[in-house]
Design a protein around this ligand. Structure first.
Ligand code: F6R
Length: 607
């Protein structure tokens, strides 16, 4: 989603800003822009499309050492050059880049228009430079503080002033901002990865804080005017420049990285001899584990699907009520937060605004919440203060694949730890630990010989509608498979629990309709088999993901994709892989932009 980079120092700012934007590209965006301050004048360029398109437009830029740059993911107003950031005040003396949403922008805009201000864009952001200019009387920080008093919504902003060329003002409320301190230079970004090539020493700006950024310094205060003393922290988890390693797309590379990612997630945590697991970051002793009466998993999209698997595993193995909640719904429904419940916020990026909102709601109501996050030092990880890193490594493709499997793995490790403290014997714990350890090699074995994926793809790519079905642990897998096909191939599809299908979606089926059925040999197999027969009787063309050797299912399906046998709770880690590959190859056949699908962002930092 939107990205911010700002620089003040002694080096030419433009190349540094563009490089920072390139490092943020994976997050998804549709236009980009940059502003520099040079000899008391602002110079600005913005462009629809990629950072490379902006790069072609910056010839003749001044050798300025101060500037701000932005990638925009449209929320208010179409994808146009005037709507791209930065936005200027009427005199062209104040430039603003903004992540987030100004909720009361229409009232603010009407009031400014009544004062004679003429707007040049349709964005919510443009109210900011006009408001700041209105309050500017010699003190940029005071002007921004004053302007923000009338603003309702979320923001991470960086503001550049033609008349104050030796400072940048930044502020945050709900949209991440990090300040990097270098030798005689300071950088600001919405994601530390944009600036770590220059400095590892960072200060995280918190909500309702504002900072004056000068060369090598950052003076932070609250919006209420109270000075903030904050120690800088060092970032060690640095992603190298993303490399395709010979794969044509990051998504395919990340699908193939899954055995290694799962191994990393389990390493040092699963204790086969003890039949137990350890997640030190949760800081929960056996006595605390025994006291947990409910587990609630909060997340969005793919992370929610991983949460659904986790909740089922916790109920099945630890015999504790567990539920997965869509964070965007949970946060606004005035949830009952139980004191004896443990809340787990599941997020790859650690920046998803809705998940963060749910975390804050739980905290506000006195609940205990831990993070289950990939990106080290991200906002959700820091807000929760304790939790589990899934150690997936950087996920660049917008469609999440390896993070799903690492999240499920981490949740299964947690399940083992919880179940062992409660009702699993040593022998049962050892068996679960052993089965977990086996997963990476099973995923690797499937990836080595994935079966007739292309036969499935032929049936999917021109279908007007595809139905994904699964029961038990396979229903979240069906949801995840359908999400992948929608996201990157744009093929209309939906997922249903096998038993629910006859209560409606079966009406969609006719002769030749593709139905993807995830049907491993588990406790639900025979019930699922009846559903398979029901769709088959309507002429559906079944693509079955089933356990190796299950000839009965193979015989009933148009395309049979066998997967290695696992424990039922571990099957999602394997059965999701053919669905990821099917979506990938469908998108490839349809000529889609696989790693950067339309309209989507990697890090969804607005509601
Ligand atoms: C799907 C996908 C999204 C994310 C969702 C949550 O491929 O990537 O559905 O899973 O936006 O993101 P995180 O996990 O970063 O909180």
């Amino acid at each position: 989603m939107c990205g911010i980079v700002a620089y003040i120092g002694d080096k030419p700012a433009l190349p540094l800003l563009l490089e920072g934007l390139r490092r943020l590209e994976y997050r998804g965006y549709d236009s980009a822009g940059v502003a520099l301050v040079d000899r008391d004048a602002l110079w600005m360029r913005k462009q629809v499309g990629r950072v490379a398109d902006l790069d072609r437009e910056v010839g003749g830029a001044p050798e300025a050492t101060v500037g701000i740059a932005h990638t925009r993911w449209a929320t208010h107003g179409g994808i146009t050059q005037p709507n791209a950031h930065p936005h200027l005040d009427a005199q062209g003396r104040v430039a603003v880049i903004h992540n987030g949403i100004i909720e009361n922008f229409s009232q603010l805009r009407l009031a400014l228009e009544a004062d004679g201000v003429v707007f040049r864009s349709e964005t919510d952001t443009e109210v900011l430079p006009h408001l700041i200019a209105k309050h500017l009387r010699g003190d940029p920080l005071a002007a921004v503080t004053e302007a923000l008093k009338s603003v309702r919504g979320t923001y991470g902003i960086a503001v550049l002033f033609a008349d104050f060329p030796d400072e940048i003002v930044v502020a945050r409320n709900g949209s991440p901002l990090v300040i990097g301190l270098g030798d005689g230079e300071t950088l600001v970004a919405s994601d530390p990865q944009a600036i770590v090539a220059h400095t590892r020493q960072v200060l995280y700006v918190q909500d309702r804080e504002i900072a004056r950024i000068t060369r090598g310094r950052a003076d932070i205060r609250t919006l209420g005017g109270v000075g903030v003393q904050r120690q800088s922290t060092r970032i060690d988890d640095v992603y190298g420049v993303a490399d395709l390693d010979g794969f044509p797309h990051f998504m395919l590379k990340e699908i193939h990285e899954q055995p290694a990612a799962i191994t990393r997630c389990l390493a040092g945590r699963v204790q086969v001899e003890e039949g137990n697991a350890k997640l030190g970051g949760l800081n929960l002793a056996p006595r605390d584990l025994v006291g947990i009466e409910r587990v609630v998993l909060l997340g969005c999209g793919t992370s929610h699907h991983a949460g659904l698997v986790g909740a089922m595993a916790i109920e099945a193995m630890a015999r504790i009520p567990a539920q997965a909640e869509i964070a965007s719904e949970f946060r606004y429904r005035h949830p009952i937060v139980a004191r004896d419940a443990l809340y787990l916020a599941v997020s790859q990026s650690g920046e998803t605004s809705d998940t963060l909102g749910a975390v804050e709601e739980v905290m506000l109501k006195g609940g205990e919440v831990c993070g289950l996050v990939n990106v080290v030092g991200s906002t959700i990880a820091r807000t929760c203060g304790k939790g589990v890193y899934i150690h997936s490594g950087p996920e660049i493709a917008v469609a999440s694949t390896k993070a799903f499997n690492s999240q499920v793995s981490a949740l299964l490790v947690f399940t083992l730890m919880l179940a062992r403290a409660r009702n699993l014997s040593l022998g049962q714990g050892r068996e679960m630990a052993r089965q977990l350890q086996e997963i990476p090699s099973l995923v690797a074995r499937f990836l080595d010989a994935p079966g007739p994926i292309d036969q499935a793809v032929e049936r999917l790519i021109h279908a007007p509608y595809v139905l994904y079905l699964g029961r038990g642990f396979s229903f979240p897998v069906a949801l995840e498979g359908a999400l992948k096909l929608k996201e990157i191939a744009y093929v209309p599809c939906e997922a249903y629990p096998g038993g629910e299908m006859k209560h409606g979606p079966i009406a969609m089926l006719s002769k030749g309709s593709p139905v993807v059925f995830v049907i491993p040999d588990d406790a639900h197999r025979d019930k699922a088999m009846s559903n398979l027969k029901e769709v088959e009787a309507r002429g559906a063309d079944v693509i079955a993901i089933h356990t190796e050797g299950d000839d009965e299912i193979a015989a009933l399906s148009g395309v049979s994709i066998p997967i290695p046998r696992t424990a039922n709770w571990a099957s999602p880690l394997v059965s999701v892989v053919p669905l990821q590959l099917m979506a990938y190859r469908a998108a490839l056949a349809l000529g889609r932009d696989i790693d950067k699908p339309r309209n989507l962002a990697k890090s969804v930092t607005v509601e």
